[in-house]
Design a protein around this ligand. Structure first.
Ligand SMILES: C[S@@+](CC[C@H](N)C(=O)[O-])C[C@H]1O[C@@H](n2cnc3c(N)ncnc32)[C@H](O)[C@@H]1O
Length: 225
């Protein structure tokens, strides 16, 4: 097989590695990154620490569905709803759920952020998790061609890259059950802004977790019980 230099190798091969799984990828979806494995392991650890029976988790911006795949691998009895604004991305997620036999534990929903969950799912989820788009306009310009081969809608989040993170901070409390938590991935320089936004929205025990390069990349916060 001859490889092109401008198309990510994962798109050329049709798969990407995530938590010991080979998930299907193509240009309809973002290629999963190692930082997202940290997000999944942090969220799973917090869920398991609570000894909840059958926790219900919402993944906002599910893309390939790697977060539901990872969570259902690490938390035996959880159920996950994977939401995405992009129907094409959900078709890839659907193929991945079939590939790993998770169709009975993960539901997929087209939704612009929380829009599809009003009002039935208010005070409902034990955990809201998300790896949202978080690239700023300026950073997008400087990205390599092979990163720009990924869907722009999966990367870009307004001028500061905070558009989706701010919605998550501002609205997830409404959809979390009392005592539930939010866990998000953010860019290498966005953790402080996310922590501030969580604080303003009333989350407690706000904590940041570092990636292998020492950057705070995963931020969690709790809704009062
Ligand atoms: C950074 S990708 C994350 C994909 C996957 N969860 C992962 O971690 O690899 C962000 C995802 O959010 C979706 N997205 C973008 N804007 C959205 C919105 N307003 N509402 C819901 N999903 C959105 C994109 O289609 C994309 O699949």
């Amino acid at each position: 097989m001859e490889y092109s230099e401008t198309v990510p190798v994962q798109y050329q091969e049709g798969t990407a590695a995530f938590m010991d799984m080979n998930v299907l990828v193509d240009p309809r979806v973002l290629i999963p990154r190692p930082e997202t494995e940290l997000l999944v392991s942090v969220a799973a650890g917090l869920c398991r620490g609570k000894s909840w029976k059958s926790p219900v988790i919402l993944d906002v911006g599910t893309g390939t569905g790697v977060i539901p795949l990872g969570l259902t691998k690490l938390i035996e009895d959880c159920r996950v709803i994977g939401a995405d604004i992009c129907e094409e991305a959900l078709n890839v997620a659907r193929e991945n759920l079939r590939r790993f036999n998770r169709e009975d534990r993960v539901e997929l929903v087209v939704s612009d952020m929380f829009a599809a969950f009003v009002p039935e799912y208010e005070n409902f989820f034990d955990c809201v998790v998300s790896n949202p788009p978080y690239v700023s306009e300026k950073d997008y310009e400087g990205l390599d061609a092979w990163v720009k081969a990924e869907p722009r809608i999966a990367l870009c989040a307004g001028r500061e890259g905070m558009d989706h993170l701010n919605v998550l901070a501002g609205q997830s409390g409404r959809f979390l059950a009392p005592g539930g938590f939010i866990a998000v991935e953010a860019g290498y320089d966005q953790a402080q802004k996310v922590k501030d936004a969580f604080r303003v929205s009333g989350f407690t025990d706000i904590t940041a977790f570092r990636d292998f390069n020492g950057y705070e990349r995963v931020i969690t916060g709790w809704k009062r019980g």
